[in-house]
Design a protein around this ligand. Structure first.
Ligand code: UN1
Length: 485
């Protein structure tokens, strides 16, 4: 593929016909009543989803077989899947826009990250072979419906496990697309099965059935706690839970920062993907000397954002995932407005699940009661002498996912990086867009269990590398004289 510009890439998108997706299991599907799936930008019907029934989960669990081909073969198949992802991207980009509301730029990032995960874990598995655990449950989020979905699965498959994947309820068609590419590349149908459905049915069964030997989960901190409880009650002690959860991410911009660069990075960190990233910037702290400049430039930059249907090439900010999410976030912003804290807000385009990017004044991060998963940025100012207090407040949230810093004081980068509890700290750049291999992604505290995705330690937890194994101990040879001390 020699396509290079977004226009050329867009030309490859094929408007998808109405699709129907359901469980992809090694056995016959029972399924639930089909439900209508809608485009978050337009509300139009895009397809039908058949959710997995309890019987389908049972069929999949009893059919699941660990993938015991040699690691070189597994790696080759995953690399072939990466090639297929790249070859068939036109179809994928159409689904990313219509099912997940992804702009073209976000779709490019999504594909890139998915492919990177497949190739990276293929290579890592060959470098660090260890026995598989058995059956892995992979529960993935809608905000990276291909990248995180594929990353979890690739890690589990590369190490030789069988995977039962539960995609997010709102993005099953993108997940099914990924499974089709993986099966076409040679992943056996009993090693990778897809169970679209509800958390209360599919998720609950896949995290409490004793046949499950490990769980990878990305989503909210509250759901991670629920999963952990179910696992503790029902699974073998020591069964790994690899969880990536929420964040309440801050950035500090001090008075030595370059305003143009800082504002560009603030806008990308807070509003790209409509703020629907756990890594997104939520609370910006600007040193008071340059706060008026940054504030004016930030409002100007927000006004340049094109909000609308992600199918359009010019769109920067697409819709949020569901009407419920829109109402929740819009309600939050209206509440801030009623309290006189709304600094700036764009205009919402007509129909669809749109939330206009908004800037809200706060005294500090302690004013944020929860992670608002949308294009909402909070702004606080600080005095130089209060820098220590700002960092203490950021740490006190208990989350520890991403943290951004803009400064021209060299020493300060290291001092602050040492003081802040966060898995990913970014200086003088945006704070989203971790890179598989070179910038592994993961959080501390309430933000996740580690190890970081896309990093060298991730695969070990999918294996029995460190698990207790039985020893065969031979007795010492008998004392020839028959005398023991
Ligand atoms: C998430 O939002 O769930 O660094 C993870 C990033 C992405 C990961 C975000 N690669 O922004």
């Amino acid at each position: 593929n020699d396509v290079t510009t977004l226009a050329e890439i867009a030309a490859e998108r094929r408007a998808p016909g109405k699709w129907e997706v359901g469980p992809i299991i090694a056995g016959s599907v029972e399924g639930m009543e089909p439900e209508t799936a809608r485009n978050p930008a337009t509300g139009a019907e895009i397809g039908k989803v058949v959710k997995a029934s309890e019987a389908d989960v049972e069929t999949a669990l009893s059919a699941a077989r660990a993938w015991n081909a040699p690691v070189s073969e597994r790696a080759a198949v995953l690399r072939r899947a990466a090639d297929l992802y790249e070859e068939n991207f036109g179809e994928l980009f159409a689904l990313l826009a219509t099912e997940a509301g992804k702009t073209l730029a976000d779709a490019v990032g999504e594909l890139r990250e998915a492919v990177d995960f497949l190739r990276y874990y293929a290579g890592e598995a060959e470098r660090q072979t260890a026995p598989a655990r058995g059956i892995f449950t992979c529960i993935s989020p809608w905000n990276f419906p291909l990248a995180i979905f594929s990353g979890q699965i690739a890690a589990a498959l590369a190490t030789g496990n069988a995977v039962l994947a539960k995609p997010a309820e709102t993005t099953p068609a993108i997940a099914a697309w990924g499974v089709h590419q993986m099966h076409a590349a040679g992943v056996p149908s009993d090693a990778l099965q897809l169970l679209p459905g509800d958390g209360s049915v599919v998720g609950a069964a896949l995290t409490s059935d004793p046949r499950v030997n490990g769980v990878a989960f990305t989503g909210s901190t509250a759901t991670a706690r629920r999963i952990q409880r179910a696992m503790a009650e029902n699974l073998e002690p020591g069964t790994p839970l690899i969880a990536e959860t929420g964040g309440l991410n801050a950035m500090i911009v001090d008075s030595t920062a370059l305003p143009e660069q800082a504002v560009r990075d603030i806008v990308a960190s807070a509003f790209q993907s409509a703020g629907q990233r756990c890594s997104a910037l939520r609370c910006l702290y600007v040193q008071e000397d340059i706060a008026p400049t940054i504030r004016t430039m930030l409002i100007g930059a927000m006004d340049e954002l094109a909000l609308g249907d992600p199918w359009a090439l010019s769109t920067d900010v697409g819709p949020v995932i569901t009407a419920e999410a829109r109402d929740d976030i819009a309600g939050y912003v209206e509440n801030a407005e009623a309290e006189g804290r709304l600094i700036h807000r764009l205009t919402t385009p007509g129909a669809g699940n749109f939330v206009a990017p908004a800037l809200i004044a706060v005294d500090g991060i302690a004013d944020l009661e929860r992670e608002v998963f949308g294009p909402v940025l909070h702004l606080a100012t600080f005095k130089s002498r209060d820098l220590g207090k700002v960092i203490a407040d950021v740490n006190a949230t208990g989350y520890g996912l991403t943290f951004g810093l803009h400064t021209r004081i060299d020493d300060r980068v290291q001092t602050i990086a040492d003081a802040v509890h966060a898995g990913n700290i970014y200086a003088n750049r945006n704070q989203i867009g971790a890179i598989v291999g070179s910038q592994p992604f993961g959080g501390e505290g309430l933000s996740g269990t580690g190890p970081k995705a896309g990093g060298p330690h991730y695969l070990a937890r999918f294996t029995r590398a460190e698990a207790p194994r039985h020893n065969v101990a031979a007795g010492a040879p008998a004392d020839p004289a028959g005398i023991t001390a």
